[in-house]
Design a protein around this ligand. Structure first.
Ligand SMILES: NC(=O)c1ccc[n+]([C@@H]2O[C@H](COP(=O)([O-])OP(=O)(O)OC[C@H]3O[C@@H](n4cnc5c(N)ncnc54)[C@H](O)[C@@H]3O)[C@@H](O)[C@H]2O)c1
Length: 393
């Protein structure tokens, strides 16, 4: 369990002081999720600075948000401002470097997911957090809201003993093309580490974080590197919005998987089927299935249903299907309220000493699944937990 560091508690005592916030990365997620959520915190925060190595991104974001200072060099921002909290909103492969720099500057860190792609790197980041006496959490916003309710149901025994889960987000054609998601150099991996990381996190959170035993998986790149037609057509990527300007996308640069499929085993005997695609010749599908010996639960995340969560159980001698009315779940994936809930929760953690809903052991377990998944795909065999980077000399 990640204890609240001593210096963060000082902020709690001075509850009236606004959190001095800085952001690294002025792209899509900073403009559409982090900044709007921070703005809603009003005087509890000060938007002190934002850094991005694209001056046009800084100029653009300044039009929408009252950020005091902008920097093209994140290190200069960290040196010149005594920040309490830094949000890391850059491409995946910079997360470790910027997180460590922000922690060393004396700030707590909310780092976009995934924290890193190996357990060894993630542990190094936490060691730095410990040295600095600061909090580091991954922005696992999908566990907020509906999945917290699902977790409560499971803890209350509604499903009985959970022994099987399925997590899937199948996009038939949906490569995110506004940033650098499609290159290994920037993102590390494709849909598994971009979208899958959320579902792995939220599902494991809901079922009580059983420890990983092994993963057997495959990653494929069959469609997205063939032509421009596989890019994301989600409306969110067009028009005059806070996250512009987008960059050119060239499918020739595509170097990550477009489909990831695998099975993970956990210490409590639970099995998890994992399927994530940005380009696959199957219909769109997006859900969690969590199955216990009393009932099963299906959460159809992007189906646009009024009641996306259904329980499949038994009443006396009859099978019963129950739709759950969880208002917070009645929104599509792109309109997720998760960032707002998480960012406001983090303010409560830092300012009011609330217990953090995202624990270190959970974050490490998620990265373990991802590392084992990619290694299994690469070596074409099952990978056991003890083969991962943190267990190697
Ligand atoms: N939690 C979620 O639901 C969610 C959703 C989308 C993206 N993300 C994550 O957020 C991160 C950013 O994604 P995005 O969609 O905002 O991408 P983006 O490309 O739109 O934004 C990233 C920004 O970082 C800047 N940047 C990159 N390298 C830099 C460097 N060395 N120095 C300074 N600035 C640098 C880029 O110029 C860009 O403006 C990724 O890790 C992604 O996985 C999370």
């Amino acid at each position: 369990m990640q204890a609240l560091p001593a210096k963060a508690m000082v902020i709690k005592m001075n509850n009236v002081l606004p959190l001095r916030v800085g952001i690294i990365g002025a792209g899509f997620i900073a403009g559409t999720a982090h900044l709007p959520s921070l703005m809603k915190l009003g005087t509890r925060i000060r938007l002190v600075a934002i850094a991005d190595n694209r001056p046009e991104a800084l100029k653009h974001i300044k039009k929408y948000y009252p950020i005091e200072k902008t920097y093209t060099d994140p290190y200069e921002m960290l040196r010149e401002n005594e920040l309490d909290l830094v949000h890391i909103c850059t491409a995946n492969n910079t997360h470790k470097e910027f997180t460590i720099a922000a922690l060393r500057s004396g700030a707590n860190v909310l780092c976009e997911k995934p924290l890193a792609l190996t357990v060894a790197d993630t542990k190094e980041m936490f060691q730095e957090a410990d040295k600095a006496g600061k909090l580091l959490i991954a922005c696992q916003n999908n566990r907020m809201g509906p999945m917290q309710k699902v977790k409560e149901l499971i803890e209350n025994g509604v499903l009985g003993n959970v022994y099987y889960t399925e997590i899937e987000n199948i996009r038939r054609r949906g490569v995110p093309a506004w940033g650098r998601f499609h290159t290994k150099e920037d993102n590390g991996g494709g849909p598994l580490c971009d979208v899958g990381v959320h579902y792995i996190d939220a599902a494991l959170f809901a079922v009580g974080n059983p420890k990983l035993v092994s993963v057997s998986a495959n990653t494929f790149t069959k469609i997205a590197n063939r032509g421009p037609a596989s890019v994301d057509t989600m409306g969110a990527m067009t028009g005059e919005k806070p996250y512009l300007p987008r960059r050119d996308y060239d499918y020739h640069d595509y170097s990550v998987e477009d489909f990831a499929s695998g099975i993970a085993r956990f210490e409590n005997g639970m099995q998890m089927m994992i399927k994530f695609s940005w380009a696959l010749n199957l219909p769109r599908y997006d859900n969690y299935k969590i199955v216990g010996d009393r009932a099963g639960l299906v959460y159809e995340k992007s189906a646009g249903k009024e009641h996306p969560i259904t329980l499949y159980g038994q009443q006396d001698d009859y099978l019963s299907d129950q739709s759950l009315e969880i208002p917070i779940a009645q929104k599509g994936a792109m309109h997720d309220v998760g960032h707002e809930l998480l960012i406001h929760h983090l303010a409560d953690v830092l300012q009011n000493g609330e217990k953090c809903v995202i624990q270190r052991e959970e974050m490490l377990n998620v990265v373990a699944v991802m590392e084992a998944f990619y290694l299994s795909g690469k070596l074409n065999r099952e990978i056991r937990r003890e083969e991962l980077s943190d267990c190697q000399k």
